[in-house]
Design a protein around this ligand. Sequence first.
Ligand code: PLP
Length: 366
Amino acid sequence: MNIPFVDLRKQYAPLKQEILSGIERVLDSMQLFLGENVQQLEKDFAQYSGVAYGIGVSDGTTALQILLRALDIGQGDEVITVSHTFIATAEAILLVGARPVFVDIDPNTCLMDVSQIESRITSRTKAILPVHLYGQMVDMDPLLEIAKKHNLRVIEDACQAHGAEYKGRKAGSMGDGGAFSFYFSKNLGAYGEGGFVTTNDAEIASKVRMLRDHGSKTRYHHDILGFNARLDEIQAVVLRAKLPHLAEWNEKRREHARLYNELLKGTSTIPMSELPGATPIYHLYVIRVPKRDELQSFLKDNGIFTGIHYPIPIHLQKAMEFLGYKQGNLPVTEQMVTEILSLPMYAELSNDEISYTVKKINDFFS
Ligand SMILES: Cc1ncc(COP(=O)(O)O)c(C=O)c1O
């Protein structure tokens, strides 16, 4: 059996005609940016995410930068986040001139250990930036409480969490703003680059709209310095065709996760825990496992493709040396990166493929 890590062709096949005719209409009209598809997607994805305002942007990294800028976070400011995430989270903070301050993670979820936040707050701290990694939700209530107590902004990195819920509230709807990525392999992915900002604050929304289009409301009138970060119509066509299926695809992923959890019981693997009251969307299905690298090669030799998200924590990346972090500063993060393995996960995955993957994991350990 050959089991890819993600198989996007299976998702594309039933949507092909709708997507191609939508793209044809865009090309016939030559309205390539910020047209009816982007506008409709902004309404629909904002509604889906339970927020008042949604703004399509070029990618998730820029969504984070624009939100930080919209909240006036920059030079001299500190933003509390995690090192166990994709580099873009910290990159965005640094690119606006601020400094990421890392807290460690909870080994059961690999998400921000909220109990460590307060010990990292200084007079320069301006915001907390939780990352709903793997499509699992950070424990937002205590985090929001801390933010309120210390008058800090909250930006949710929801780039892997389209539709994930925490106590009935969607990712990206709880802080001052949420940043999403439509990178092709996300639960909601474009066929190129794309991103999105969610917020319930009209002023933030209006500033984000300006920032994504060179700081202008009216063409060639630039009130602030911004970005070239518009979402294009062709990507919006793709995303609009996919959005009506997202809830069902997320449910399929949850079913797959339940089956993996069930079949993996009694093995030497530990799946990520779900936070009580949260509904994750399993962008990635991650286990902790001994002899991780050997297992990964064994699975590959048996046609099963896995991933490691992520193998090197941000605070130990070469590009981040100047921040002054050292090995040992974030012990849980540093331990987890040696144990985590992401198993194949996508809505169209079959039960047989999941059973085969678990069988091969069992074969490896016996
Ligand atoms: C957690 C996280 N943050 C930020 C990003 C950045 O998104 P993009 O690749 O669309 O710039 C990604 C996605 O790649 C991500 O997974």
